[in-house]
Ligand binder design. Structure first.
Ligand code: NIG
Ligand code: FE
Length: 414
């Protein structure tokens, strides 16, 4: 039996005996906390918690006792959208962006995703795994305990499989909880320019069947946007994926009112992500769905794009998740503390709403509501201790530095 007792916790955040699976609308402001608390972890799971004053030392014997005086304990972040397996950084095109070229212009010049796809061909799995492990270590040290990772820099059957094998290896090697998404339809490869339908056929007929038969992905994604894949392409790919049990989680409405949100909802996508172009019709579609709207503040910030109307969406009663989109092109950071700050500064979310967006709602957007996202007896013990901080609000406020001091994943200090 392995146990950890964390005592004298200044504030135990998102401690809920029976949480709902998501927080939507007004409920996004609710952040159940216990002041001056203890947390008892047993065999990798949250066992129980309560007020320090009511802690019974007989029942809380533990080989490891952590004193959290002045510190807070949070559920670890659930980052539901990343592309953190990639062959190389792309800071050169970042300079092109500073000079004013748009995402689409860069893509047309063979930069962007196609640039990563070219480098992917020269990279072996072991290199992909090693560099991704470093990134996982970095995000873990900033408080992330679960992460979704996409393929999508292969754009060819063998190369896509290579990425998914790398993700499978990461699941084995990393203490983080990892979910894999197949994103063969991330961009049209150069050799298929003008023959988009043929590439879509290849995704459907060649890639999806192997990905599914080898059990390499839980989810399927399509970049449904202007200049990338159409609603019709997306419709066909999601339908094919569903036949093989791949649940949709798609890139939608980043560059235009693309219809991506609606087609995602039509296929009961677990999440639709980006959402810079979200109007009344999109909000209406989402309100009648079980799809988690997910905003990626890092990408909008880094690409200087319009910000999704987060406030309007929450005020309309929607839930909202936020994720890092960690990738070499549009968001080269997986720091979820920075996402908390951007949520508040750029999107006008209160600190409570921001924390819910990055934990419980993120967990839903990656199919982990039962296991993660809150501090709840029976859930996996993925939590972090902050350093001494004065308040909850300090988390988004004191942006740019790491407030996370100790990370516990699966009930072990890591
Ligand atoms: O989520 N929008 C599409 N895909 C990525 C960008 C990936 C890249 O540029 O490498 C995104 O922002
Ligand atoms: Fe993305």
């Amino acid at each position: 039996m392995s146990t950890i007792l964390i005592e004298n916790i200044k504030k135990l955040v998102l401690a809920e005996e029976k949480p709902d699976i998501i927080k939507a609308g007004r409920a996004m402001s609710e952040l159940p906390c216990i002041d001056n608390a203890y947390l008892y972890i047993r065999d990798g799971k949250i066992d129980n918690f309560g007020f320090m004053s009511q802690a019974n030392p007989e029942n809380l014997k533990s080989e490891l006792v952590l004193d959290a005086t002045g510190k807070m304990v949070f559920p670890a972040f659930c980052d539901s959208h990343t592309h953190l397996v990639y062959p190389a950084s792309r800071e050169i095109e970042y300079v092109d962006k500073i000079k004013g070229l748009s995402y689409e212009e860069i893509a047309k010049r063979g930069g962007g995703i196609l640039n990563s796809a070219k480098k992917m061909k020269e990279t072996i799995i072991a290199e992909l795994v090693d560099s991704a492990l470093e990134r996982l270590e970095e995000i873990k040290n900033h408080g992330t305990g679960a992460v979704e990772i996409k393929s999508g820099y292969g754009l060819d059957t063998d190369e896509e499989l290579k990425m998914l094998y790398a993700i499978r290896k990461l699941k084995e090697l990393s203490p983080l909880t990892i979910k894999a998404t197949f994103l063969g339809a991330h961009s049209i490869p150069a050799e298929y320019r003008g023959k988009q339908e043929e590439y879509v056929n290849k995704v459907i007929n060649e890639m999806i069947p192997v990905v599914a038969s080898e059990g390499l992905a839980e989810y399927i994604d399509v970049f449904c946007d202007k200049g990338f894949f159409t609603v019709e392409d997306t419709d066909r790919i999601l339908m094919a994926g569903l036949k093989y049990g791949l649940i949709p989680k798609i890139h939608a409405n980043e560059l235009d009112f693309s219809g991506g949100i609606q087609v995602g909802v039509k296929y009961n996508a677990l999440s639709v992500d980006h959402l810079e172009y979200t109007g009344e019709a999109e909000i209406e579609a989402l309100l009648n769905s079980e799809t988690m709207p997910t905003i990626l503040p890092g990408a909008a910030f880094f690409l200087n794009m319009p910000y999704a109307p987060a406030r309007k969406m929450i005020d309309a009663g929607l839930p909202l998740a936020m994720a890092s989109d960690f990738n070499p092109g549009s968001s080269p950071s997986g720091n979820m503390q920075l996402i908390l700050s951007m949520a508040s500064i750029l999107y006008r979310l209160t600190p409570e709403e921001a924390i819910n967006a990055c934990t419980i709602n993120g967990a839903y957007a990656m199919g982990l509501s039962e296991e993660l996202g809150t501090i709840t007896p029976g859930k996996i013990a993925n939590v972090f201790l902050t350093r001494e901080i004065p308040s909850i609000e300090y988390m988004p406020y004191y942006y740019g530095s790491n407030k996370v001091e100790t990370v516990i994943l699966n009930g072990k200090m890591v």
